[in-house]
Design a protein. Structure first.
Length: 167
């Protein structure tokens, strides 16, 4: 998308993009996706969490618009909320945002996404790399760190063994 053209928020919210784009300070920002490894991992993590929704009191959705600040909308690959949301575009922080890396992703771009989520109040951000089969977790308190065996949250206690999603 062109970085030079300003787009009003109202136009972004009333438009459909295929695939959907992030909205960053008046500009559309394309998301890297559409490859087998990305899509397959997105399905595996979504399915793992989805079948445990009632047990953990969560709702799991792919690619939902999240208003992370007054001028920014992000679309996590997978979004986890506590209970039932009462809005179509989230303005309240999700519990967990999951991003799946594509070969074109750069760490500076991913770090900006992580920072947006954490500033909004998202408690947990997970980054999954299908190419290297590595996982990372970020919180406001601990920052970004690599996870070797189980991705986990507290309250509710969610545990995702990496062997289950990197099968």
């Amino acid at each position: 998308m062109s970085a030079g053209i300003q787009i009003p928020i109202e136009d972004y919210l009333s438009s459909t993009y295929d695939p959907d784009c992030d909205y960053i300070d008046g500009h559309l920002e394309e998301r890297n996706l559409g490859e087998w490894d990305h899509a397959s991992l997105q399905m595996r993590i979504s399915a793992f969490l989805y079948v445990r929704q009632d047990q953990w009191g969560i709702r799991v959705v792919p690619e939902l618009r999240v208003r992370v600040s007054p001028t920014r909308f992000r679309i996590p690959d997978v979004c986890v909320v506590l209970g039932e949301p009462n809005e179509q575009v989230l303005t309240k922080p999700p519990f967990l945002c999951i991003e799946i890396l594509s070969p074109e992703d750069r760490m500076s771009r991913i770090q900006e996404r992580i920072d947006d989520y954490l500033r909004m109040g998202v408690r947990y951000v997970w980054i999954l790399d299908p190419a290297t089969r590595r996982a990372y977790a970020a919180t406001a308190l601990l920052g970004l760190r690599e996870v070797k065996d189980v991705l986990a949250t507290e309250d509710p206690a969610i545990e995702v063994p990496l062997t289950e999603i990197f099968a």
